[in-house]
Design a protein around this ligand. Sequence first.
Ligand SMILES: [Fe+2]
Length: 248
Amino acid sequence: MTTKESRSSTGLILPSYARDDASHPALNTPEYHSSALRHPQQPLQYLPEYLTEVTGPLLGQDRCGEHDHDLTVQHDGEPLGERIIVSGRVLDSGGKPVPNTLVEVWQANSAGRYLHQGDRHPAPLDPNFSGTGRCMTDEDGFYRFITIKPGAYPWRNHDNAWRPAHIHFSLCGQAFTQRLITQMYFPGDPLFYQDPIFNSVRDPKARDRMISRFDLDTTVPEWALSYKFDIVLRGPHASVFEDEEDDD
Ligand SMILES: [Fe+2]
């Protein structure tokens, strides 16, 4: 990311930031049709934080409920589908663990349907699955979720368009202004080649960092397969982060 200065309407001199379009999704990705109208037309500008951001609600361990990290026990019965474990570490540049970070996930159910009024995919809702979870990273940067493998779903971006199975991730630092969002995919998905969101990341190595890794060592025998997904905030191995408006 490179910077240069610009002057705001109030006369304040602000640094503006040029995105690294090689390892991040380009803001204007014509193949991802809905990005055409909502991508920024001007360079990103740094907005200084004020006392409100600093003194706002703090994120902490006591804000997560006992079952928030386990999406399979949030209702009276078990959800349908393939139970999986998704875990990993949040790391800074140089592999330094990031503790006490709020990690939130949201996803479709095993049939590819979101519990959302805007989802019109004719697949069944699951009364035992809401598709949202959260936890805090521990002192070594580890997080862990138990969930159901999400299904692929159609999304009308182009003819016969289907999203590969994915889980949305949100990370918060010490304040909501420090939020980062990304998506986790599953290895070997046959839908990667036709997905303009996945392919909006042009660097193949950066795309690979969005794909989780199957891990037999943390697979629990006769119970659940395990996938590992580390999230790296900065540096040459940084994860791919997207704009908050992207919700497909
Ligand atoms: Fe999605």
